[in-house]
Design a protein. Structure first.
Length: 152
């Protein structure tokens, strides 16, 4: 029996579970928004918020603590240079979980986990507005082309 034993096991061994969570957290920091199951989103929320708090401190010890969990230097530098300064005046609650749908294959509840200022950041990034305009234009259906009959 697992009375008063905290944490989710995800039917994996400890090493597999640790690798799964590390991968999800590094993907979250890299893309700032990911879709996963609700249980996995809830599991990584606390880990990711703790790492953002380390990023806000910004000293050498914090960098080493983050590096021990996320071994990707580009993701770590993005955390310390881009993500953490956005939350300098906030005392927690950096992420939100939005339940979206049920997966077609196994009906698992899916959720999007994202930073709370994700929409503001996406709109301010250069080139993103041009991409959105291109998407709107591509959504319009093109005119039907006339079928040509092969010549014999």
């Amino acid at each position: 029996m697992r009375h008063k034993v905290a944490g989710r096991l995800f039917s994996r061994t400890a090493n597999q579970r640790k690798a799964l969570l590390r991968g999800l957290v590094s993907s979250l920091f890299e893309h700032q928004r990911i879709e996963t199951t609700v249980a996995k989103a809830k599991a990584i929320k606390g880990i990711a918020e703790k790492l953002v708090t380390f990023g806000k401190r910004g000293d050498l010890h914090s960098k080493r603590m983050v590096m021990s969990y996320i071994p990707n230097r580009t993701v770590m530098s993005k955390l310390f240079s881009d993500i953490a300064p956005r939350f300098a005046d906030r005392n927690g609650g950096y992420l939100r979980i939005v339940q979206t749908r049920q997966r077609v294959n196994d009906r698992a509840s899916m959720a999007i986990i994202e930073f709370i200022d994700y929409e503001d950041v996406v709109m301010k990034e250069p080139g993103k507005e041009a991409d959105k305009e291109k998407e709107k234009k591509s959504e319009k259906k093109p005119a039907k082309a006339k079928k040509s009959t092969p010549k014999a």
